[in-house]
Design a protein around this ligand. Structure first.
Ligand code: CS2
Length: 464
């Protein structure tokens, strides 16, 4: 078999569609989720919904995609072997720091009706505890000082909306596809916060005419190290620098809130357009992502590297089952017709998928942004009803122990490292722990007890 790089580079086989979407963050999750959904929607129902992708940091995605006409191979990793699909709905990749003006011109184009984002929790410039703009974050401080030369996705969106308003063009719908509780409301708050500082009339216009539909997104998509991409391309016999792989399952719930109703027929290919996303989102964030974070902090400490290895450990698997049954499911008001117990049973099978190597270290990243919606919010529900939550507390304590380890990757890393080893000092960080928790002696006592148990007995013993 020739090595993949000796083969001709993958190429587009049909003309690119006309663009109607700009997407910020062309990483693995975008290629695994928004792009396939959008392409399938266009194949099913037509429309000019090609996607112009914008990278906010570097040219990697551009260098991977543009030499192959922005087409790439998507591999669905089913337990019984991979299935292959060619995705060709991306029409261009822009690199914001290299050509900010092109990004703004593109966003101002009336043909663009939708802006989607997968920029991870830390890309929103918000305070996780309040959901409001945090003007002190470096990117936000920069974009507030220089609104015409933005650096962040929210900054680009505000500057582009200003151009659209000046030109008499309606705003685009702005759709967050990241794992934040109330992602649409957070994005709206940050954008209005940025706009209001420089131009209150612009903020009023966006508030009156814009749309920020909430979404729940779900598909397990492990990051792809270059060596892994090369191996997959080799196995598939294709020269594709942008090959992407993911689990078969996918679920997309989107609030029915679009400017002028304009959107691809995502609902024709499995997305659900609903009135209220919140019950779906709480179930997914607390059951799936909550268990992921638990497995990450406890599983890494127990010596595991992947989600599949962690759920194969009977102690961890038992811990997660009890966490769901006793401390997570009782906090949910599930969507009509949904059965959270069956949902969690299906999660175990997804986590155990032997075809996917989902690294716990990837999930452990950015804990300061993730703990709130996944772990702290169900704790707050229990506390309000006077119940203790020893397992959720154990996850928080395991995260606190993780902070002293060598693998900390977090936008608040310096602050966290300075307080690592001191649970009380960590709980005083109001950007992570809202006062309703941090000021409650019952909450503090549970965290300290869990911290002491791990410190004294190690993680394995603390699980039983
Ligand atoms: C994971 C998520 O990295 C993480 O924090 O919990 O990326 C998770 O795989 C997705 O939300 C699944 O839809």
């Amino acid at each position: 078999m020739p090595i993949a790089s000796d083969l001709p580079r993958l190429a587009r086989t049909r003309p690119a569609p006309r663009a109607g979407i700009v997407h910020f963050g062309p990483g693995a999750f975008f290629r695994a989720f928004i792009a396939p959904f959008t392409q399938e929607a266009m194949d099913a129902a037509g429309g000019d919904w090609g996607i112009i992708a914008v990278a906010l940091r570097n040219g990697q995605a551009r260098d991977q995609l543009k030499p192959q006409g922005c087409a790439y191979t998507a591999l669905t990793l089913a337990p019984d072997g991979p299935k292959r699909q060619m995705i060709d709905c991306i029409t261009d990749v822009l690199v914001a720091p290299e050509s900010p003006e092109t990004v703004l011109e593109t966003l101002a184009d009336p043909a663009i009706k939708i802006v989607t984002l997968t920029i991870t929790e830390k890309g929103y410039g918000h305070d996780p505890a309040t959901g409001q703009l945090n003007p002190d974050l470096p990117d936000m401080a920069h974009d507030l000082a220089c609104p015409d030369a933005p650096r962040s996705a929210p900054g680009f969106i505000v500057a582009a909306l200003a151009r659209r308003r000046a030109a008499g063009v309606a705003p685009f719908s702005v759709i967050s596809c990241d794992n934040l509780a109330g992602n649409g409301a957070i994005l709206r708050a940050v954008i209005l916060g940025l706009a209001r500082t420089d131009d209150p009339a612009l903020a009023d216009w966006i508030a009156a005419h814009g749309a920020f539909p909430a979404t729940m997104v779900d598909r397990i998509t492990p990051a792809m190290p270059e060596a892994e991409a090369a191996r997959l391309a080799q196995e598939a016999g294709i020269n594709d620098a942008a090959i992407t792989h993911y689990e078969p399952f996918r679920q997309w719930i989107i609030a029915a809130d679009f400017v002028g109703g304009a959107r691809p027929a995502w609902d024709r290919v499995g997305a659900q357009i609903v009135g209220d996303v919140a019950p779906f989102e709480a179930m997914k964030l607390r059951c799936l992502n909550g268990a992921h974070s638990a497995l990450a902090y406890l599983g890494l400490a127990a010596g595991h590297a992947t989600v599949a290895a962690a759920v194969a450990d009977p102690a961890l698997r038992g811990f997660i089952a009890a966490l769901w049954a006793e401390e997570v499911i009782p906090t949910l008001a599930p969507p009509e017709g949904a059965d959270p117990t069956a949902y969690c049973a299906a999660l175990i099978a997804r986590f155990a998928n032997p075809a996917i190597a989902h690294r716990l270290a990837q999930i452990a990243m950015d804990g300061s942004q993730k703990l709130g919606p996944r772990i702290l919010s169900p704790m707050a529900t229990h506390l309000a009803q006077g119940r203790a939550t020893s397992r959720l507390a154990m996850v928080v304590a395991a995260w606190m122990h993780h902070l002293s380890g060598p693998h900390l990757a977090d936008p608040m890393a310096d602050t966290l490292r300075a307080r690592a080893g001191d649970p009380a000092a960590l709980m005083a960080l109001s950007a992570i722990f809202p006062p309703v928790l941090a000021d409650d002696p019952r909450f503090r006592a549970q965290i300290i007890a869990a911290w002491d148990k791990i410190a004294a007995q190690g993680v394995q013993a603390a699980l039983v």
